[in-house]
Design a protein around this ligand. Structure first.
Ligand code: GAR
Length: 215
């Protein structure tokens, strides 16, 4: 049976598209079977519909408490199966332990910075302002902290002297589109797992996150 992936989005959905394309090309041996958005007008929903992927919307504004939103999100996901992996691809909501413990070990996020640097928003501007020579993206298992949880991998890109926020964002996004499917494949088929907050590769604990360089 081919593993099933649910992707959570909030907007553009370009990472969701790269995951889906990797599945179509066979570099990620899985199928994107469900795309869930917390915003009704997320552009990524159009791509999913055009590619016959089941879509759902759980508008966060309709829930007073974060825990109620998370409970509905769980219900929505489970209504359409039991995914092997849930990927947060630009999903801009913090999740409570209700959700993170439910999908412990199969919940992964991508974030546009070299975590633990710059969780949250405006990561590219913050890297430029700090004069960083290197920037990039990170993929991690998810806990309830903002962009928090055991770090799997960092995708590193150079910061050029001529960079603006948008040129740097574009370089990082390109790296994201390569890194995320690669890590998903490792988790589903390559023996990568999270046990007691430690990242294991074929039962060996990694002493540091995996590192990939892109330019
Ligand atoms: C991506 O850069 C992703 O890493 C980021 O949002 C963007 C979504 O783009 N996620 C976060 O900042 C999570 N904290 P996309 O919708 O085109 O994939």
């Amino acid at each position: 049976m081919i593993p099933e992936i649910t992707v959570l989005i909030s907007g553009r959905g370009s990472n969701m598209q790269s995951i889906h394309q990797a599945c179509l090309h066979g570099t990620l041996k899985a199928a994107v079977t469900h795309v869930v958005s917390n915003t009704i007008d997320a552009a990524g929903l159009d791509y999913a519909k055009q590619h016959d992927i089941h879509t759902s919307v759980v508008p966060h504004q309709e829930f007073e408490k974060r825990s109620d939103f998370d409970t509905e999100l769980i219900r929505t996901i489970q209504q359409h199966g039991n995914p092997d992996l849930i990927l947060l691809a630009g999903f801009m909501r913090r999740l409570t332990p209700i959700f993170t413990t439910k999908f412990d070990g199969r919940l992964i996020n991508i974030h546009p910075s070299l975590l633990p640097k710059y969780p949250g928003l405006d990561t590219h501007a913050r890297a430029l302002k700090s004069g960083d020579k290197w920037h990039g993206c990170s993929v991690h298992f998810v806990n309830e902290a903002l962009d928090g949880g055991p770090l799997i991998a960092r995708g590193i890109v150079p910061v050029l002297e001529t960079d603006t926020e948008s040129s740097l964002a574009a370089r990082v996004l390109k790296a994201e589109h390569q890194l995320f499917p690669q890590i998903a494949q490792l988790v589903l088929h390559g023996g990568l797992a999270c046990l007691d907050s430690h990242i294991k590769l074929n039962d060996t604990t990694l002493s540091s996150p995996l590192v990939y360089y892109y330019n």
